[in-house]
Design a protein. Structure first.
Length: 411
């Protein structure tokens, strides 16, 4: 099996995902996708007819984000029509999965040049939200009885309660995320991958992260009210089912302690990312130098009711596939969907905190669902180079109780 090489990665800044407030909120999602695809093609002087496929993660494939965003974004970016495209949904894990599938197609010998990435306009969610959810749909009692699935924020609070992780711990992690992100931005650690977004007329829309709150303090975090306690008891249907009752179907004795709020949960943002992968033969014949190679990949499922706990078993699985141990990994990126996810990840694996999310995470920078995994791969690549390190592991929780993972090795 041949290797899959990472040639380059780029992303947009993340804009606040709220209409009337975010700089990107009025843009079409295809425009964000086209921005990163055009940039990665220009940066690497790609003959786009050679791009075998563009694979994008997009979690909410409704409204403007429907109808194969990857293909439409590639066309808008000016790619040759012979370059194909597909869009996938593994919820929050979509952006890692798009890179993994790109690598798999190259490693199998099926393709030679593939772009993995993702785009998500969270500012449009209120416009395209479905009135029904596959998690709680009362018309599908079979699934709900087999695997009751709650709101992710309620799940985060449930996990914190079970693991005895308190409010002070998650607030401390949230503050550290803001401080690390502020330091990284100030020192230009994201600059290599960051691509400005321009409007059709050439005017600049956004060229810097919009979401971070470097002024955050522990005192300020401590004053925020938990976000998910009122939501937990909101009736979902005529039977009186609530998000809390769905958790209690599996954990009937659990008295949930609500500790997550806007300051220690991932930010709602818009954004897009692209990762260029090539086979060694194609790269060599076209003068491309690899920045890293894919060392191992995996997918893992865990309890759907708690939803957010798969990153730890996924990490163990991908390490085994790579023939590595935790001590071999120089840097870790675990998506900060909620502070408890990262805190539990660090505690369960007994990790050195100085190796985890060293430039902050989604609490400070935001989480554009389908794009985040691809963003994290690029962030990891840049940081391995900056620190002159070798091995990086990226993973993240996803709805349904899943977690993809990837290990990259710097060339």
């Amino acid at each position: 099996m041949q290797e899959a090489w990472i040639i380059d990665a780029c992303r947009t800044p993340r804009g606040i995902g709220k209409k009337g407030k975010g700089a990107l909120a009025d843009q079409h999602p295809q425009h964000l996708g086209a921005t990163v695809l055009k940039a990665i093609a220009e940066r690497n002087q790609l003959e786009t007819a050679d791009v075998d496929d563009v694979i994008f993660g997009t979690s909410s494939q409704r409204g403007q984000q429907g109808c194969d965003l990857a293909r439409m974004a590639a066309l808008q970016a000016g790619f040759d029509v012979r370059s194909s495209g597909m869009t996938l949904d593994r919820f929050c894990g979509s952006g890692i999965t798009s890179v993994n599938l790109s690598a798999m197609s190259i490693m199998s010998g099926t393709e030679d040049l593939v772009i993995g990435g993702g785009a998500e306009m969270m500012s449009t969610y209120g416009d395209v939200a479905s009135s029904r959810s596959p998690f709680i749909d009362s018309d599908n009692i079979a699934l709900r009885e087999m695997h009751p699935q709650s709101h992710q924020g309620v799940c985060a609070d449930a996990i914190a309660t079970i693991e005895e992780i308190d409010r002070s711990s998650v607030d401390a992690l949230a503050l550290e995320s803001q401080q690390k992100a502020a330091h990284a931005i100030k020192n230009g650690y994201f600059d290599r991958s960051l691509i400005p977004v321009y409007d059709w007329d050439g005017s600049l829309i956004l060229d810097a992260e919009e979401f971070p709150r470097p002024q955050t303090t522990l005192q300020g975090l401590s004053e925020l009210k938990p976000s998910f306690e009122p939501l937990a008891d909101y009736p979902l249907d005529e039977s009186g089912t609530t998000f809390r009752s769905l958790v209690l179907k599996k954990y009937p004795e659990l008295k949930i302690n609500h500790i997550h709020h806007a300051g220690n949960s991932s930010g709602v943002v818009d954004g897009a990312a692209a990762v260029l992968l090539a086979s060694p033969d194609y790269a060599r014949s076209h003068g491309m130098k690899p920045r890293a190679k894919i060392r191992a990949m995996c997918n893992m499922g865990d309890c759907p009711t708690l939803m957010l706990n798969a990153p730890v078993p996924s990490t163990k699985k991908v390490l085994k596939k790579a023939g590595l141990s935790l001590k071999d990994i120089d840097l870790f990126e675990i998506n900060e969907a909620f502070a408890v996810v990262a805190e539990k990840f660090i505690r369960d694996l007994d990790l050195d905190r100085t190796k985890v999310n060293v430039n902050g995470g989604a609490i400070a920078l935001g989480h554009p669902i389908g794009a985040t995994g691809s963003i994290l791969v690029g962030t990891m690549l840049d940081e391995l180079e900056r620190q002159d390190k070798s091995l990086g592991l990226v993973t993240m929780c996803a709805a349904g109780g899943m977690a993809p993972a990837i290990i990259i090795e710097r060339e």
